[in-house]
Design a protein around this ligand. Sequence first.
Ligand code: ASP
Length: 592
Amino acid sequence: MLRTNTCGELRISDINKTVTLCGWVQKSRDLGGMTFIDLRDRYGITQLAFNTDWDKGLCDQARALSREFVVQVTGTVIERESKNKNNPTGDIELKVSSIKVLNDAKTPPFTIEEDTDGGDELRMKYRYLDLRRSSVRKNLELRHRIAIETRNYLDKQDFLEVETPVLIKSTPEGARDFVVPSRMHSGQFYALPQSPQTFKQLLMVSGFDRYYQIVKCFRDEDLRADRQPEFTQIDCEMSFVEQEDILNTFEGLVKHLFKTVKGVDIPKLQRMTYADAMKYYGNDKPDTRFEMKFVELNSVVKGQNFKVFDDAELVVGICAKGAAEYTRKQLDELTEFVKRPQIGATGLVYARYNSDGTIKSSVDKFYNEEQLKTWATAFDAQPGDLMLILAGAKEKTQKALSELRLEMGSRLGLRDKNTFSCLWVIDFPLLEWNDGDPNLLASLAGRWHAKHHPFTSPKPEDIALLSTDPGAVRANAYDMVINGVEIGGGSIRIHNKDLQAQMFDILGFTKEEAQKQFGFLMNAFEYGAPPHGGLAFGFDRLCSLFGGSDSIRDFIAFPKNNAGRDMMIDSPSEISDEQLKELSIRTEIAKA
Ligand code: ASP
């Protein structure tokens, strides 16, 4: 090895030892006779000391080192005169006896420090330099820890890690596929997996019984802030289980991760039906770190000649504890917030329950104090509370109020990143009507779409509704939600070929299409498929949650930007005419 120790290792107990360190020059301070250099590696920073009185030539050599030079130094560990309590190696420094420059470096385009001066795009372009910063490196260390503990837990539970292929076949179900043209089979394409779903089910048919994989998945979706076109899942499947077994097994995984990685004991997960999540939080991934549940007010507020409420399908509100003191300006801000196009409410009605017991609302013209008292009763509001109410079409209003609830939760400091509230949302609908979801192929519009995926089993008691009222069928499908983020989701699968065929039929596939696209799975089901089910966790999201960040990008070594570009390697990029030709892609189409 080129070194005897790392830059994070030396302590007072090492005094007088002769050591050799390697690393990057973080910074140097020239104090006339003395020169100090902070030498950095993955493990930490050690101060190097030079003194013209000790060795003038060496001091000159040290002064010539610029930031990010790679050096090897040998010297004696000595006690520091002025200690640095913020650095684990801060009690000592290295009295250097020789320096060797292993490589020089250009001045980096931004400072490699905790608080860097580099903007997002610049740091993405030089990601390999950004990764030198300890905060970014720590995120990847956390990711590694979570992966190791995931494997530890699942291995103990007899899960086998099996790799599944990355070049598979395109299916029009789910999101859009990324496709890869085949050179050998002109005009044909592989697709990159949106998840290993069908393969893990086939592994169950093969008798593998318990499978997992920490695996890359690819979805060609319109990008949103917290999405990456390629992302990682902890993908799992089990045989001979019911929903309850899966919930318990993976609740165990998450508890294990919280305990071993964060030292946090989380209580038994709450369970909430999808229907309740929508009714009380307007959201299938409710942030349950705080209450502020929805209160429906149709029966309380209608019939007082206030047209907005009278005409609305749903009048619904939340009670913000202790917010009656909100100023006019703050209330105007909230009104602006709900009127933003992404939220889409037409206005906000509020009522302050003042601490003197009076209630003042923004619709005093229509409701007297006595009527407002009935609102307070419905909300279970106390003096000092603020009631916020939206009205309109049901789904849209629920969605808007859900955003307002989260906003109020943030404003009132109820969404602490170090508090974790985990729950299972269960009993999802099996199907949803596709009105033209921009993330799906246009040809799938105007028909039923599987809410989870087409292999999800309906609840046995709802199967009869499949032919009469498909929208009312509930699935044996579940999501794990932590602090308002969907961390994982899965389902019990269909393992009967006839039911699977019926499902494809409802989803609008002809028999031929179903056979062409999913024949391999349906055929496998003719050879003894066990009852099975599973789920997948979004690994990047889990890491960002554990790391207390909203951005999954910070937890991926080489992420893409919000436009799906890799700024460092500059991809996607054009390919040569020669390559296009070999792939049988007509250039005028490819370049159109
Ligand atoms: N394959 C599913 C997904 O990616 C997870 C599952 O059902 O196991 O969402």
